[in-house]
Design a protein around this ligand. Structure first.
Ligand SMILES: Nc1nc2c(ncn2[C@@H]2O[C@H](COP(=O)(O)OP(=O)(O)OP(=O)(O)O)[C@@H](O)[C@H]2O)c(=O)[nH]1
Length: 279
């Protein structure tokens, strides 16, 4: 059974470069990947994609037909694609004995996965069938600002609680800045607090309070450092994936199966939320 990796993160954090690097690394190791592009607005997909949202939904047409701006159009494309996502799952299922990983690139509109029903439908459909992991890509250089670090952690937390599948935080761009400070901040509130004092803005007191709330989240979350640009840290990723896969079966699987049964009984919460959004 392949492991599904959903690559998420803020705009410009390096998701696509990460996917590119992972796909080529896996191929060098003789691993078989099935790659999916979920970014409808990208001009060129920079990795070999078996499924490309752009083949089903035309971003520019959606903008015109619904008179939407770029953000609204991307979210609408995802909503439309999510409605037919069972077909994507069927395609992956048909290939499941021939692939080791399904790697999914997502658009920078992180709210599609942290808040919108479409992200939930896509994640639920995959997680019901395959061991599934969210990879949260954080830009280490930007995280040097404690308030940006906190925004990233909060996004990661909301994705974890919304999707209810294992989460791995990948601090990217460690060729520019080592991520050890970020791991330290996740372990030691005093360290984070000292750095927060250096950028004292009105946001800092919110970040300080949130940091205390996040203590429990930090304890249970996997994190690592990578450079999608140079490949540094990628040799340690597979071990992390295996650990998260185990967590999927040990911690999340029962809840996922319960959700699946609810859906089959016609009480799928996610689907009705999605239908409400379309009204
Ligand atoms: N130095 C360095 N730059 C990187 C790394 N990974 C990505 N970048 C650069 O960061 C920028 C954004 O990378 P993308 O891969 O396009 O980021 P993304 O998250 O897919 O962007 P959106 O799809 O717009 O959200 C590009 O200029 C990349 O070359 C890295 O590990 N090191």
């Amino acid at each position: 059974m392949p492991i599904v990796l959903i690559v998420l993160g803020m705009a410009g954090s390096g998701k696509t470069t990460f996917v590119q690097r992972l796909v080529s690394q896996m191929s060098m190791e003789g691993k078989r990947t099935y790659n999916v592009n979920l970014d409808p607005a990208v001009l060129e997909v920079k990795f070999p994609a078996s499924i490309d949202i752009r083949d089903s939904v035309k971003y520019k047409n959606i903008m015109k037909s619904y008179k939407l701006g770029p953000n609204g159009a991307i979210l609408t494309c995802l909503n439309i694609f999510a409605a037919q996502f069972d077909q994507v799952v069927k395609l992956i299922e048909a290939k499941k004995d021939d692939i080791d990983y399904v790697i999914i690139d997502t658009p920078g509109q992180i709210e599609a996965f942290s808040q919108s029903a479409s992200g939930q439908i896509i994640t639920d459909s995959l997680a019901c069938t395959f061991p599934c992991i969210n990879l949260y890509i954080a830009d280490t250089v930007r995280c040097e600002n404690p308030n940006t670090f906190m925004s990233n952690m909060f996004y990661a937390l909301s994705i974890l609680y919304k999707s209810k599948i294992p989460l791995l935080i990948c601090f990217n761009k460690i060729d520019v800045l080592d991520h050890s400070f970020a791991l330290e901040w996740m372990k030691d509130f005093e360290q984070f607090d000292q750095n927060l004092s250096k950028v004292d803005t009105y946001l800092s007191s919110l970040s300080r309070s949130l940091s205390l709330v996040l203590e429990e989240f930090y304890k249970n979350i996997e994190a690592c450092g990578v450079s999608a640009g140079t490949g540094k840290g990628f040799d340690k990723l597979e071990l992390k994936f295996e650990k998260c896969k185990q967590e999927y079966y040990d911690v999340f699987y029962l809840e996922i199966q319960k959700k699946l049964k609810e859906k089959q009984d016609g009480q799928g919460v996610a689907m009705s939320a999605f239908e409400d959004q379309l009204k």
